[in-house]
Ligand binder design. Structure first.
Ligand code: ADP
Length: 318
């Protein structure tokens, strides 16, 4: 059986998702990198395939996305993060109208039309203050793990202020607040409020709409999602694995690309070739009942309805 692979090489993490012909995810991985690295991406691909019990030879089509998408050697094609995050978020949460993606280096607000297709988007990639980088700087200055920022901010008792103009100066600002004996909990909460208000500015550019979902690593910060929801005055759906939305979208685009470019009889021939060469074949049903429609920037694709994405990625470091 053929499979499709999506790889999202971001600024801080490499993510990979492998899907079956019907689009259901079979394996995924998130690899924390020091900096964009080919090693990180190779590890993510192998771990995701390993989780699915597959080998590289089982992959018929690969699409890459993310900041480092051109470094993914296995990719047949590359797509923008906007296309892939929109596609992945809609698959994870059918009916979503606004996707807020905050990664390590940029943040995006993506409006989805009633037809489930990408409508408009706004991106903040020049200033790091509305991105995960601000939280990374904060964690370093407070000497805590990034995963601890949420609990720290939730425990805040008093309002502190960070000017939040620039993440580059944030470290100095945080250190200065610590020197003034401001509690780390209050500093963390101030950064949460500041990043949330920057995000509201981004959302205003595409217009507020609901349902809303958050993707990207910062969605793992529960206190941030709650604060953003408060400032937005709308509930924000949380996904089990928000960090793999872009890679899932890339995998689904790879799947469509394969279905659109390879006639059905050749797909069957490819199956036979693979069986003869001894690659593992799984007994799964092939895609059925698909109907093509169009997506800006991603070409025709097959709508297969909601995808149950309960798959928890393996999270490792290079
Ligand atoms: P990229 O694709 O740019 O590498 P990600 O979507 O992987 O970015 O998000 C990375 C960001 O997510 C980090 O900069 C960090 O701020 C945040 N992050 C990562 N893990 C966690 C976590 N466990 N809790 C809170 N925030 C996290």
């Amino acid at each position: 059986m053929w499979h499709a692979l999506g790889v999202d090489l971001g600024s801080t993490t490499a993510k990979a998702v492998v899907v079956a012909p019907d689009g259901s995810p079979l394996g995924s991985a998130v690899v924390q990198m020091g900096a964009v690295s080919k090693k990180g991406v190779e590890r993510a691909i192998d771990t995701a395939l390993d989780n699915a019990g597959l080998a590289r030879a089982d992959v018929a089509r690969t699409v890459s996305t993310g900041y480092g998408r051109r470094l993914v050697e296995m990719a047949d094609r590359s797509f923008t993060e906007i296309s892939c995050h929109a596609r992945g978020a809609v698959a994870m949460m059918p009916g979503v109208r606004l996707v807020i993606d905050i990664g390590g280096q940029d943040s995006k607000a993506i409006a989805i039309g009633a037809d489930g297709l990408l409508d408009r988007f706004a991106i903040n990639d020049r200033c790091a203050s509305g991105t995960g980088r601000f939280f990374d700087v904060l964690a370093r200055a407070l000497e805590v793990e990034i995963a601890d920022i949420s609990d720290l901010a939730a425990a805040s008792a008093e309002d502190a202020e960070v000017s939040g103009m620039c993440a580059t100066f944030a470290e100095t600002e945080v250190i200065s607040l610590l020197a003034q004996d401001v509690a780390p909990t209050d500093i963390a909460a101030a950064v949460v409020r500041s990043v949330a208000s920057r995000t509201i500015g981004l959302v205003a550019q595409v217009r507020k709409n609901d349902p809303v979902v958050m993707t990207g690593g910062v969605a793992r910060n529960e206190t941030f999602v709650a604060e953003l929801s408060r400032q937005l005055d709308l509930p924000i759906a949380r996904l089990d694995s928000p960090q793999i939305a872009g890679a899932l979208g890339a995998a689904l685009i790879a799947r469509d690309d394969y279905l659109n470019s390879v006639p059905e009889d050749e797909r069957t021939q490819a199956e036979w070739d693979r069986q003869r060469s001894g690659s593992p074949i799984e007994a799964r049903h092939d895609c059925d009942g698909t109907r093509p429609h169009h997506d800006h920037g991603t070409g025709p694709h097959h709508d297969h309805g909601p995808i149950p994405v309960r798959l928890m990625p393996t999270v490792t470091r290079v």
